[in-house]
Design a protein around this ligand. Structure first.
Ligand code: SF4
Length: 695
């Protein structure tokens, strides 16, 4: 350890001596918190221990875990929450470090590898069909991205060039090419272009013919996995890592290669990723995919195709019967016979059905759909390569639907989602982490969990990792460490919380009062404002009012353009106001004048109508605990801290946070919320704010 420690100190530097990084990276600043984290990670690697480390905003946690891994020469898997963060690690952070330290173990160009889910890669077998579809002139509609053949022709030009040159088949490369040529248009109502291309051309599991595929040896997915097994650093995302876990638990497949070290960055998303990966789902759209596969296998003619079309109609009728059942039950409960109750609905079965008869009817319809898939399966020939994918699909639908129909476990629950054209049924385990993470701890000698928001402070300010430990299934004796931010919040940030007589969030004059206070705060600062809302409804009302009240300021609203475009505009137009919700509470890094005011309408409690929240709370209540204290509060506090973390992004930033939820002052739990805010001054009147602006 002392060698590694000396090496890391020579890289990061110390208060007395400038380090190697300071000489190489012009913007590098020595931060004792970053060195503390790097040394803690190095110690965990050396002792083959696991570590949970919360690294406050500005610590520079990526370098703090990458540097000890590179110094140790150990093989590591790094998991991030999103594909964008994966790309950032592989394209920016890792090459920067490796070039700087010229690490011996990482000289080979294949020592670093990115591994994404299958649908992110082009399937060569589907490519053949794609060409066939072009010849039939059907593709403009299939993509739904281009309005006419001229635009589609331009797309095809870029596409053909990309096919010739790509070694990875990653669809994101193609999208980047299209964006360069300005051939990507954005519409808030449509799937993003990458998802759409993945849907049509991606190497999805259920449509893959496996080793019997004619393209198996040159398959992009197969090759990506081969590269990953020989790489020293493999970058994955949580969803892929958890899918791999699911494969390991069921003994059916492995995707992520074994390694010495696993880093789970953005670890606050990991519990949800486990829950997601262990959910089994039936999507009504599988029927269209199956028709596509069978249509290709049979040429849409002959006995199998005729039989299939007859059974397909049966399944469609059962789908309709299922929706009618849900609709009738909701209508009889609410007295609303509009037939609109199922529109865009996401709900647990429990919220819809109360009596045994309804549940029994539901199970019978689901069993009938499963049975129809079994009958289709009997038509297929295992000896035919073209039948392999329909066989896998029908087997899977039959298995999943039977499991949903016969589920009697108290440790899982059924919920559904209804979209415009399709619906999905899901079976989610209530506490997957308790058994899911076991193979994880067996596979890696050191696992480092890290994020800016893992711990929750109690009213006295003491940090506690219990919520995270329970939800991820970590051994409670695992070493945990909370490293504070290097920023001086007392000087850099002030927090406005209105006085106790301010309307509560459920009172009718709440939004008016928010706007009355928000407008002068925004006007007091020349720089940009980020207004984080807790619902689309509030977002819309607030954005409309701000447009009226502040006609000379540019108002950007989530959904009016792509996220990346909106953020770029927000960064460039330093006086603009961005009103957003959901994903904008995280991952926004806008230092300087572009973000000086951060406003929050309400405390971001999870929605009780969300079926996953409902399921989790049931589980907590069943174990005799209080869902409000043990679930709603910690989740809200972590989300609030993520949101507030958007404001101060460098040691030169200064700004104000306004939280218009007066429950912080009126409710007993308010003290706990205050203990979780950065250590800044809390004010309730404008004079104090004006003084802060002037200093
Ligand atoms: S092996 Fe599967 S994913 Fe790869 S080209 Fe063949 S069908 Fe597509």
């Amino acid at each position: 350890m002392s060698n590694a420690k000396d090496l890391l100190i020579s890289w990061f530097g110390s208060p007395e001596k400038e380090g190697f990084f300071a000489k190489l990276f012009p913007s590098y600043e020595y931060r004792k918190q970053q060195l503390e984290m790097a040394l803690a990670v190095a110690e965990a690697l050396d002792n083959q221990e696991h570590l949970i480390v919360e690294a406050g905003t500005g610590v520079g946690k990526t370098l703090a875990y990458l540097a000890p891994i590179v110094a140790s020469g150990k093989k590591a898997v790094i998991s991030t929450a999103t594909k964008t963060l994966q790309d950032q690690l592989v394209r920016k952070d890792i090459p920067l470090l490796l070039n700087a330290v010229a690490a011996n173990h990482f000289r080979d160009k294949n020592s670093v590898c990115i591994l994404k889910g299958r649908v992110n890669h082009l399937c060569k077998r589907k490519l053949g069909r794609f060409e066939e579809e072009i010849l039939k002139g059907r593709l403009v509609n299939l993509f739904g991205m281009y309005e006419n053949y001229k635009a589609f022709g331009q797309f095809m030009k870029v596409f053909k060039n990309w096919i010739k040159g790509t070694s990875t088949g990653e669809i994101s490369e193609l999208v980047a090419e299209l964006a360069n040529k300005r051939l990507v248009s954005f519409s808030p109502d449509t799937l993003n272009i990458e998802e759409r291309l993945g849907h049509v051309l991606g190497a999805s599991t259920d449509q893959c013919a496996g080793p019997r595929c004619a393209f198996f040896n040159s398959c992009f997915v197969v090759n990506a996995r081969k590269r990953a097994s020989s790489a020293k650093l493999v970058v994955v995302n949580h969803y892929l890592l958890c899918t791999d876990l699911m494969g390991k638990v069921s003994g059916s497949f492995e995707i992520v290669p074994s390694a010495d070290v696993l880093v789970i960055d953005e670890a606050h998303h990991f519990a949800d990723a486990i829950s997601h990966a262990f959910t089994i789902s039936y999507h009504s759209s599988y029927l269209e995919k199956l028709a596509e596969e069978l249509g290709f296998a049979t040429g849409r003619k002959g006995k199998i195709w005729e039989e299939y079309t007859r059974i397909e109609e049966n399944i469609s009728n059962h789908h309709k019967a299922l929706l009618d059942l849900l609709d009738q039950s909701l209508a009889s409960k609410s007295g609303d016979l509009s037939g609109m109750l199922l529109k865009d609905r996401r709900s647990s079965l429990q919220q819809v059905f109360h009596d045994e008869k309804d549940i029994c009817n539901f199970q019978n319809v689901v069993k009938a759909i499963a049975e129809n898939y079994r009958v289709i399966r009997l038509l297929l020939d295992e000896g035919s390569e073209e039948h392999l994918s329909p066989i896998a699909m029908t087997d899977e639908c039959h298995r999943v639907l039977n499991q949903i129909a016969t589920n009697s476990s108290l440790d899982s629950f059924i919920w559904f989602e209804i979209g415009d054209q399709n619906f999905a049924l899901h079976l989610t385990p209530l506490n997957a982490a308790t058994y899911a993470t076991e193979p994880l701890f067996e596979s890696y000698s050191s696992i480092i969990f890290t994020s800016a928001t893992i711990a929750v402070a109690n009213s006295n300010g003491d940090h506690n990792f219990d919520f995270f430990i329970e939800h991820v299934g970590v051994d409670p004796s695992t070493r945990s460490l909370a490293i504070g931010s290097p920023y001086s919040y007392e000087e850099q940030m002030i927090c406005f919380i209105p006085p106790a007589h301010f309307p509560m969030p459920d009172e009718p004059d709440f939004i008016d009062a928010v706007l009355q206070h928000a407008v002068p705060i925004i006007k007091a600062f020349p720089g940009g404002t980020l207004f984080l809302c807790t619902s689309y409804r509030n977002m819309k009302v607030i954005a409309d009012n701000l447009r009226r009240e502040l006609p000379d300021r540019r108002i950007l609203v989530q959904g009016e353009n792509s996220r990346s475009h909106i953020l770029e505009e927000f960064r460039v137009d330093t006086g603009s106001i961005l009103v957003a919700t959901g994903t904008f509470w995280e991952g926004i890094d806008v230092p300087g004048e572009s973000l000086q005011v951060l406003l929050i309408d309400k405390l971001p409690f999870p929605s009780p109508s969300d079926p996953l929240v409902e399921g989790r709370c049931q589980y907590i209540a069943k174990s005799g605990r209080d869902p409000f204290l043990d679930y709603y509060m910690p989740r809200m506090i972590l989300a609030l801290r993520q949101g507030i973390g958007r404001l101060i992004r460098s040691s030169r930033d200064r700004g104000v946070v306004g939280i218009f939820d007066v429950r912080i002052r009126r409710k007993g739990y308010g003290r706990k919320i205050l203990a979780n805010l950065p250590p800044c001054r809390i004010i309730e009147n404008f004079d104090d704010l004006a003084n802060f602006v002037l200093t």
